[in-house]
Ligand binder design. Structure first.
Ligand code: M6R
Length: 610
């Protein structure tokens, strides 16, 4: 969604803000803007439609130098992408604000402010907040108090950063439902919606809690909680290299992130497994206690993370013998559910800030689940802070909107979790050792698949002029097919649907013809013979098949059947390995089609609004 960044410093902040926006652009990218205060004399603002590069051009023609500033990259919710709707929004000439989130009662506040004479120049909910703070500033004569009073009127989710030209030495920020982090510098301080934005200037961060309001000066950070108590928030150091937000030698972040998978899968397993065993303690000191009596697992997630949950269900029921339900968060949160006794609530999220997933977690905590476990990639995120037990994936920052390494590291973490749970439910030591050994092989097997990149690129040409495609899988490969279809549609804009292969003849077979490529994942498991029959059904209707198959599965290439042989892998770890060629296929199709691979149209990386 939107990204915000702010800075107060001895030095000119314009470059810091611009670089912060570039690093946040993956979150939302329909317009960008910046407001900078230069002494008490002026507050100047620039806003441009399109990408941050357009704002950078505007600023290089008309620099906005100063020591205090805020900036924003927008993903439209209220009002089309336009210069007038772009942030920062102002009240009068001296107060500016940037905002992430949604103000649900904005219409009521807008009507009220209009009757008091405030004039609106945009369709956004944010401008309402600007005028509300502007109005309170006139009464309070103090920016901090004006923000504090104003936010009591807001309903919804927000992270705000506010500056006023009459108070040129600080910014006031607050959060309620949207992430906000303070970057701690030396003689300068920063804020952002994501720590990635600030990595060029600091590696020390304080994560604001819900309801916090903070006064940020270059040499002082004061935070109060929602009860008005002065509070300290722990400073944590960012653990990944500060170049993780750079593309390096790769043409796109997505490709870089696909290639990082052997390393980050290894990092996710490290410290959690021995040669033959899962180290349950490494999942948290309370893990043994929590897992002991789990009788049901409820998984909640969105998008790619939901697909990871779908794979995990096969593992949990197969290895732990524990019933498992999986549901997308946006559905779960709006229906009545029956909670089975001793249910573990498991949220999966790359960002840890997905609004629907967080809302579901908050409901679950009130509803009497046994405990909440999070599988997450962002330390300090809301999901991490609000869960009882956390297994961090070690994917490092994922910048490409299309999730790749987050998915395979989620699966790695989920498999390790499953083994820990299964041990409490009678999994034999021998079986645990067999699967742990298979996990150890994953980095090498994924590297072997990456070595097929050139062949997959050649295969991708067949999809370039197609409008539709089908992805098939059976068992735990069905969610892999779903993930493959999601990847293709989100970055190449080709309509892609996934089906369990056995469902084909119940409807989708009617769509199959030479214009409908059918992609299939076929590891060598109990279902492979049945899958081959499904492929025959497609071939008999003139459908062109693209099959990623275990070399031992004996799927023969022939006219209309393109087979790419993958290394032999353990049935349990196969979903992780078989995901990778589908990522590469989508990537190359998108590159051929010339789409914006890292920032596909209409999407945002972190979906922090409902
Ligand atoms: O940060 P999360 O894992 O909670 O995000 C969930 C989805 O928005 C995300 O996985 C989305 O589907 C991906 N962009 C797909 O590639």
């Amino acid at each position: 969604m939107c990204g915000i960044v702010g800075a107060v410093s001895e030095r000119d902040v314009q470059g810091i803000l611009l670089e912060g926006l570039r690093r946040l652009e993956y979150r939302g990218y329909d317009s960008a803007g910046m407001a900078v205060i230069n002494g008490e004399s002026s507050l100047r603002r620039a806003r441009e439609v399109g990408k941050v590069a357009a704002l950078a051009d505007a600023i290089s023609a008309n620099p906005l130098s100063g020591h205090l500033g805020i900036a924003h990259t927008r993903w439209a919710t209220h009002g089309e992408p336009s210069q007038l709707n772009a942030h920062p929004h102002m009240s009068g000439e001296r107060l500016a604000i940037v905002h992430n989130g949604i103000i649900e009662n904005y219409q009521e506040l807008r009507d009220e402010l209009k009757t008091e004479g405030y004039v609106f120049t945009s369709q956004t909910d944010t401008e309402v907040v600007a005028h509300l703070i502007g109005k309170n500033y006139q009464q309070e004569g103090n920016l901090y108090n004006a923000v504090k009073t104003s936010i009591t009127r807001l309903r919804g989710a927000f992270a705000l950063a506010v500056v006023h030209a009459d108070e040129p030495d600080h910014l006031v920020v607050c959060r309620e439902g949207s992430p906000l982090v303070v970057g701690v510098g030396i003689g300068e301080n920063f804020i952002a919606s994501d720590q990635l934005a600030l990595l060029p200037v600091t590696d020390r961060f304080m994560f604001l809690e819900e309801g916090d309001i903070a006064d940020i000066r270059k040499d002082q950070i004061k935070i109060h909680d929602r009860d008005g108590q002065a509070v300290e928030r722990t400073i944590t150091r960012f653990e990944h290299g500060s170049d993780s937000a750079d593309k390096g030698e790769y043409r796109h972040f997505m490709l870089k992130e696909i290639y990082e998978q052997p390393r980050v899968i290894k990092a996710t397993m490290e410290g959690r497994i021995t040669e033959t065993r899962v180290l349950e303690q490494a999942l948290g000191t309370s893990a043994a206690n929590l897992l002991e009596n789990v009788r049901h697992v409820q998984i909640i997630a969105c998008g790619t993370s939901y697909h990871a949950g779908m794979v995990a269900r096969y593992w949990i029921e197969d290895l732990a013998g524990v019933p498992c339900s999986v549901e997308v968060a946006s559905e779960f949160r709006y229906r009545k559910h029956v909670i089975q006794p001793d249910t573990l609530f498991l949220c999966i999220s790359q960002s840890g800030e997905t609004a629907d997933t967080l809302a579901a977690l908050r409901q679950a905590k009130k509803a009497g689940f046994r405990a909440a476990l999070a599988i997450c990639n962002v330390p300090g995120s809301s999901l991490v802070r609000e869960s009882d037990l956390v297994i961090m994936t070690q994917a490092g920052p994922e910048i490409g909107v299309a999730s790749t390494k987050a998915f395979t590291t989620q699966l790695t973490a989920l498999l390790i979790f499953t083994l820990a749970l299964a041990r409490h439910n009678g999994l034999s030591e021998q079986k645990e050792a067999e699967i742990v050994q298979a996990i150890h092989l994953l980095p090498g097997q994924v590297s072997d698949v990456l070595a097929l990149d050139a062949e997959i690129e050649a295969m991708s040409k067949a999809f370039m002029d197609k409008n539709h495609s089908l992805f098939l899988g059976r068992g735990s490969q069905y969610p892999v097919a779903m993930e493959g279809a999601l990847k293709l549609k989100e970055i190449s804009y080709i309509h892609a649907e996934a089906y369990p292969a056995g469902e084909l003849k119940h409807g989708p077979l009617a769509l199959v013809d030479s214009e409908m490529p059918v992609v299939t994942v076929a590891p060598n498991n109990d279902l492979v013979e049945k899958l081959k029959s499904n492929l025959e059904e497609v071939r008999a209707r003139g459908g062109e098949l693209f099959v990623f198959a275990d070399r031992a599965a004996d799927v023969k290439p022939e006219e209309g059947i393109h087979v790419m042989q993958l290394p032999s892998v353990h049935e349990i770890t196969a979903p992780i390995v078989y995901t990778v060629p589908l990522q590469l296929l989508s990537y190359h199709v998108a590159v051929l089609k010339g789409t914006d691979v890292d920032q596909p149209r209409n999407l945002a990386k972190s979906v922090t609004v409902e």
